[in-house]
Every structure is written in C-alpha cells, then in structure tokens.
Design a protein. Structure first.
Length: 212
C-alpha cells in the first residue's frame, strides 16, 4: 500500500492497532513491513509492537492518552498519581501514565509518552470508570481508589505529614463513605488505617478553609 492511500484510509484513527488488518490477508504481512519502514522514516510512531500513531503532521485526530494506555496493556486502568492529577487532587502535572493491570508489569516509552503498568491482584481490579473523549475511551480510577492503590502498591505508612507532603487538595471530591467501603474491600488493616488518616486530613483541611 502506498503512503498516500494509507493516510486516506487510516489517518482519522488516533491509534492504529494492527489487529484491524484482516488476519491472513494477502497484503497483511507486507503492510506490517511497510509500517516498520514508516516508523524508521518518522512518519509513524510505534508505541509498542502492533500499536502505531501518526507522527506530525500526518495525524488528523488528537490523541486521548488514557485511550492509548488502555490499548498498550489490557485490561488496565489509570490510577495512583496520574489519576490523582486527573481528578485535581494534587497540583503537580504527572508525566508518567501509570496504570494497574492484572497482567505483568511493564513500561512503554515513545514519542507518545511514558506508560507504566503495575501489577495488581484480580480481587483488587475494580474502582474505575470509563471516560470517553473524542470518541476514545480510557479507564481511570475513582479518586478514592487511586489513593488506596497508591498506598497499597507503594507500601506507604500513611500519616498527616505524608498527606501534607503529597499536597492533597480539592478533598471535597473524596467521598468518605466510598473511601471506607473501598478500604474494607482491600481486607488490609494498614489500608483501613490509611483511610482513617485521609478522613482526618479531610476534616482538618475543611477546618483550615473555614478560618481563611
């Protein structure tokens, strides 16, 4: 397939997954070889084997990164610091898109960004919702689950000093009933204690706002 024809057929797609090419088709293998060549000439960006994006100026659709994150490793959902940034719970921009998956952990680095994957046990793979932007759907943890995932996977001993250092903000977005319900599902005394610390932080945060 010529490059111009390829652009006409596929540039509307934000991400090219080679699974869309008919398996066993006569030109399927040839096309995959061409994709590799177009990566070398910087017409395409390879996010991982089988997943490609159009490089500038060829792309016609703005990429929604959580959508790409969901494709690079399935199943997965964005959590921890990146989800906290998404919900406005921390002020810093987080450069790495960290997702949780029941599969092996991994990391994909390309011009499209840095996408890291942490393993989590199947019984804890919940607490997220789908978010669709420009027809692209990604999966992002709820604020409460993002916090608990962070504590759990990093083995954090959560204290008021730690939460202050995290610069936790916009705490009204945290549903305390959901926080404790989620914490109990972890079946971990440490996570339940962490939830209590978060609740204490929320109350003190509200008190400080009242005095301003």
């Amino acid at each position: 397939m010529k490059w111009d024809k390829f652009i006409d057929e596929y540039s509307i797609l934000p991400v090219i997954d080679t699974d869309i090419f008919t398996a066993g088709a006569a030109n399927s293998r040839t096309l995959k070889v061409q994709l590799s060549r177009w990566v070398k000439t910087k017409k395409l960006i390879q996010a991982k084997r089988g997943i490609y994006l159009f490089a500038e100026p060829y792309c016609r659709t703005t990429l929604y990164e959580p959508y790409l994150a969901s494709l690079l490793k399935r199943p997965s959902y964005i959590s921890m610091e990146k989800a906290l940034e998404y919900h406005g719970l921390i002020p810093e921009a987080v450069p790495v898109f960290t997702s949780l998956t029941t599969k092996r952990q991994g990391r994909f680095v390309s011009e499209a960004g840095v996408f890291a994957y942490r393993h989590i046990k199947k019984p804890l793979f919940w607490g997220y919702s789908s978010v669709t932007v420009n027809g692209q759907t990604g999966f992002i943890a709820f604020p409460e689950k993002a916090l608990l995932d962070l504590f759990y996977l990093n083995g954090m001993k959560v204290s008021q000093a730690y939460l202050t250092g995290l610069r936790l903000q916009s705490v009204a977005k945290i549903n305390k009933d959901k926080l404790f319900a989620y914490a109990k599902k972890f079946k971990s005394a440490g996570i339940l204690r962490a939830a209590k610390e978060v609740n204490k932080y929320i109350e003190s945060y509200k008190d400080e706002e009242k005095t301003l």
